[in-house]
Design a protein around this ligand. Sequence first.
Ligand SMILES: [Zn+2]
Ligand SMILES: [Zn+2]
Length: 102
Amino acid sequence: MIGSKKFTRKVEDFICEHCKAEVKGNGYTNHCPKCLWSKHVDMNPGDRAEQCGGLMKPIKVVKEGKDYIVEQVCEKCKIHRRKRLVKEDDFGVAAEIQRKSL
Ligand SMILES: [Zn+2]
Ligand SMILES: [Zn+2]
């Protein structure tokens, strides 16, 4: 059975400011799946309330149970954030980050 094609979820496409990949938003996208960088735009996930706008660099990937978590640091304000990786993310890149952080 093919699911409904009617989505009401807010979809946001964006160009990654780090690797210039065109990212297709799915309503949950909060980082670039190609390089795992993101932009500091949320105070709480998805709220886009943060004024900083700095680029958030992935510094570490950790495994927590079944999930992989990428830890990012904002290059502008140095805040640390943790984001769960999703299946669309490039795990080769994640593995590389993990290797470098060891
Ligand atoms: Zn990117
Ligand atoms: Zn910031």
